[in-house]
Design a protein around this ligand. Structure first.
Ligand code: HCB
Length: 216
């Protein structure tokens, strides 16, 4: 039953149905399936298949847009549930997060932001297409101890490096840790650009942000 429901959510995203991702996500929550399981075992795999078909030339931009809207609407239902289940009173730290300049992919960045909030972080989500200077000024204003930089395009990965350089130029690099993520990013890239860590997914990002807290 659980597997059937999760597979049907994945299929509805891959098929580009405008409404089924939402109604089946609601059905899965009603059936008592954990919200994080719906994200990790149904929605993320669905978007991965859509991306693979796009790469293979089987799907086109409109397919990406329809499926991404389905995922976003399903996530809007899941996000409050994620928050409700992970309430912690003690503040774990302050994080500034955004998708870097030139890049408008928001789903993964928003999922990381939601999971960080749900795990007790104060999160300043700057959105997408965020200028280098905006990251720097928000770190200054908020006294953030962690910055999360998302990049989904090979052409925008380099902006992650520019943010790290700008933080160093402003003398902020000693007090703020940088975690990077996004489909083309990996551990090697993180090391190459001097980031403090790479997270493959939202759960990994929470673990990493906890490990990067001052004094750890
Ligand atoms: Co987009 N797109 N796209 N896209 N897109 C990708 C990213 C490709 C890989 C697809 C492909 O070719 N296989 C590709 C990039 C190729 C490359 O550079 N290597 C691509 C392309 C080429 C483009 C356009 C250039 C297409 C065009 O216009 N010709 C264009 C770019 C526009 C721009 O940004 N300037 C474009 C547009 C779009 C949309 C608008 C249609 C749509 C985004 C809608 C939206 O976000 N509102 C879209 C989508 C949906 C995708 C795919 C299919 C899915 C991305 C996604 O949401 N994944 C993606 C294929 C793929 O990624 N394999 C494809 C699900 C989330 C949950 O995963 O990886 O984003 P995530 O995030 C994870 C993880 O990386 C990590 O945790 C998250 C949660 O688990 N993480 C972090 C992310 N950020 C982190 C930050 C941290 O600090 C820590 C961890």
């Amino acid at each position: 039953m659980t597997t059937d429901l999760l597979s049907s959510i994945t299929a509805s995203l891959v098929d580009g149905d405008p409404d089924l991702p939402v109604s089946r996500t609601k059905a899965a929550l009603r059936a008592g399936i954990e919200p994080l399981a719906i994200v990790e075992r149904a929605l993320v795999p669905g978007m991965r298949i859509v991306g693979e078909r796009f790469s293979a030339g089987e799907y086109f931009l409109p397919n990406l847009i329809v499926s991404a809207n389905g995922m976003k609407r399903a996530m809007a239902i899941i996000e409050p549930e994620l928050g409700a289940r992970h309430q912690t009173r003690e503040l774990a730290g302050t994080v500034v997060i955004g998708t870097v300049k030139g890049d408008i992919h928001e789903i993964g960045k928003s999922l990381v932001a939601t999971m960080l909030s749900a795990n007790g972080f104060e999160v300043h989500d700057l959105g997408v297409d965020v200028a280098v200077e905006k990251f720097v000024s928000t770190v200054k204003q908020t006294n953030a101890t962690v910055v999360g930089l998302s990049a989904l395009l090979t052409t925008t990965m380099n902006v992650q490096k520019k943010v790290i350089e700008a933080l160093a130029a402003e003398g902020l690099r000693d007090r703020v840790k940088v975690m990077v993520g996004g489909a083309p990013v990996n551990d090697r890239w993180a090391k190459e650009i001097g980031a403090d860590g790479y997270a493959e997914d939202a759960v990994g990002a929470v673990d990493l942000a906890l490990r990067l807290r001052p004094g750890r």
